[in-house]
Ligand binder design. Sequence first.
Ligand SMILES: CCCCCCCCCCCCC[C@H](O)CC(=O)SCCNC(=O)CCNC(=O)[C@H](O)C(C)(C)COP(=O)(O)OP(=O)(O)OC[C@H]1O[C@@H](n2cnc3c(N)ncnc32)[C@H](O)[C@@H]1OP(=O)(O)O
Length: 258
Amino acid sequence: MADLLRVDVADRVAVLTLDRPERLNAIGTATADRIESTLDELRADPSVRALVFTGAGRGFSAGADLDEIEALRTAYEFRAFVGRLTEVFGRLQAFAKPSVAAIHGFALGGGLELALACDLRVAERGAKLGLPEMKLGVLPGAGGTQRLPRLVPPGIAKQMILTGEPIDAERAYAVGLVNELVEPGEGLRVATALAGRLAAGAPLALAAGKALVDRIDGDLAAGIAAERETVSVMFTAEDRAEGLRAFRERRPADFRGV
Ligand SMILES: CCCCCCCCCCCCC[C@H](O)CC(=O)SCCNC(=O)CCNC(=O)[C@H](O)C(C)(C)COP(=O)(O)OP(=O)(O)OC[C@H]1O[C@@H](n2cnc3c(N)ncnc32)[C@H](O)[C@@H]1OP(=O)(O)O
């Protein structure tokens, strides 16, 4: 299997590239495992002070791996899949070294949820950021319903989640989902430079600063746990199967509320 995640280190910044361009950098459990093992390595590496996540090919990530999800057979398998992504994204958010997502093309579903677990986001004009799970008959299941409304006004988060429609990078910047809006082709360079500025910070202060800002309330863990259980129960709904059928058949889904 290809490496799934490429890691390049220079000037105290580790650039982690999602490397499945043929599947639009879809994130399955193997990619989640690679992210986790890489975090373990980088945690122990004093020469690395900050991270950048980016995607190979024409976009950041099209989300969780629908091929892998389609092969799941029980709510328990589904819950394990969802749990794996939420666990790894949670470890990324809690990681002592700051991270920047460099977004081009698209960051959708679990791809945007990965970017939400990063501390900062840089997006190129023209990129689409969204949580399209509603179009598949379900809800975001890797932290999106909890992290997005902590970054943007709840009304914007609710519109994105309940319509499943993406917003463009310009609007994402205007509502605070994106820290820096850059021209096409500039995302990785600007994100790496920003990470370089973060890397200049005192490691203990960086770690403490991250933790303090993330303490905006104590309910995040409970919210993500509730989200995980809700999404897992959805696995048994006919609408869930219809959502994927419609995607494969490239047609609007006919959800029946069953
Ligand atoms: C069976 C259950 C269905 C419900 C799944 C939801 C479960 C939710 C809970 C568990 C996981 C939680 C994590 C997260 O919250 C959930 C998700 O991320 S679900 C996925 C969300 N993402 C999307 O819906 C985006 C899907 N992709 C697109 O809309 C388009 O591909 C695009 C990004 C707009 C690009 O469009 P195009 O340029 O037209 O390119 P194609 O569509 O032709 O795609 C090229 C090629 O890539 C394959 N592909 C695209 N996205 C994925 C993906 N997420 N996983 C796997 N493969 C993907 C696509 O099928 C094409 O392959 P080909 O058909 O050519 O073989």
